[in-house]
Design a protein around this ligand. Structure first.
Ligand SMILES: C[S@@+](CC[C@H](N)C(=O)[O-])C[C@H]1O[C@@H](n2cnc3c(N)ncnc32)[C@H](O)[C@@H]1O
Length: 298
């Protein structure tokens, strides 16, 4: 039983070029179960709050959907996805591989205001690696540079990043990136029964995990999102912080809920709420609910 658990987690390839606050790498084993429970391969998997996009990436790499749509509102995050999907990703890889890490170079890069997509993408990657917690929202701060920039260097995995970007770039025809609003795109596809949705919205709960600290865009009408989810022809899976208000919204829409345990980067045990029409599939093997910790930053 123990070894089975470890195999499950070890088989989660880290494919995203981001280390994303609220990233869902830990959910991949459950997402795979969800896809298998659908009984057929959907034409479209839509990730309307894409961020680091790990679920969309996994669906694509593992052939769980014919095509993936990533939707994201933050232009800095979108720049990375657009750059990769435009085919110009070797320019980004080259910038990453030749970057010499020092506090001065990081600050110089971040001060650049070029709106060229490759430069925006590069800035975002630098920020994501070098800022506390990978946070890209205004107010985030640069990590301590340490002696000879050692602190910053320890955050920089140039080859790993370049390899991940190249791998995604090679299958870019399987992705569409939309810079826009999740609600608009979900509304566009709401009557498409061949589309499935993985919905991981920013949730502004009070306290440490407050969305406004983590994301540039975090204002959302959660009640409207639940109503829209209820009207989707296709299947969906939502994840939320486990909060009273969220449970109420789920109950009002008569959705099924399941609490899953995870460990965060600091090994603290946390819980997250899965929401869907019928989550019976998620209860079939409870071993998957107990995720051992793993390092998101490798
Ligand atoms: C919880 S994070 C998603 C994390 C993602 N599932 C992952 O594994 O990396 C929520 C994301 O939604 C984005 N976002 C916030 N409001 C949005 C909106 N109205 N439309 C599209 N994206 C939005 C945020 O910028 C953030 O990247």
């Amino acid at each position: 039983m123990t070894s089975r658990k470890i195999v499950n987690v070890a088989s989660v390839p880290k494919r995203s070029p981001f280390r994303y606050p609220g990233g869902k790498t830990w959910l991949v084993p459950l997402a795979r179960k969800w896809w298998k429970s659908l009984g057929r391969k959907p034409e479209l998997l839509i990730e309307p709050f894409a961020g680091g996009g790990i679920i969309g990436l996994t669906a694509s790499f593992e052939d769980f959907a014919d095509h993936v749509i990533l939707v994201e509102k933050d232009p800095d995050v979108v720049a990375v996805w657009k750059c990769i999907c435009s085919g110009n990703y070797p320019i980004l890889c080259n910038r990453i591989l030749t970057f010499e890490v020092s506090e001065e170079n990081v600050r110089r890069t971040l001060a650049d205001e070029s709106q060229c997509i490759e430069e925006m993408a590069f800035r975002t990657i630098i920020k994501n690696r070098m800022f506390h917690g990978g946070i890209l929202a205004p107010g985030a701060s640069l990590m301590k540079s340490g002696e000879n920039g050692k602190g910053l260097k320890s955050r920089w995995y140039a080859k790993t990043l370049s390899d991940r970007i190249t791998a995604i770039g090679k299958i870019r025809h399987r992705f569409t990136v939309i810079e826009g609003d999740a609600i608009d795109v979900m509304t566009t596809y709401k009557d498409n029964s061949n589309a499935v949705f993985f919905i991981d919205p920013p949730y502004t709960a009070s306290g440490k995990k407050a969305g406004s600290r983590l994301y540039r865009y975090c204002d959302l009408n959660h009640s409207a999102l639940f109503e829209l989810a209820a009207s989707l022809s296709g299947e969906f899976l939502m994840t939320y912080d486990d909060a009273e208000g969220v449970r109420e919204l789920a109950m009002r829409s008569k959705f099924d809920m399941e609490l899953v345990a995870m460990k965060n980067t600091h090994h603290a045990k946390m819980t997250e709420l899965l929401i869907g029409r019928n989550l019976a599939w998620s209860r079939q093997d409870t071993r998957l609910h107990r995720q051992p910790e793993f390092n998101f930053d490798e």
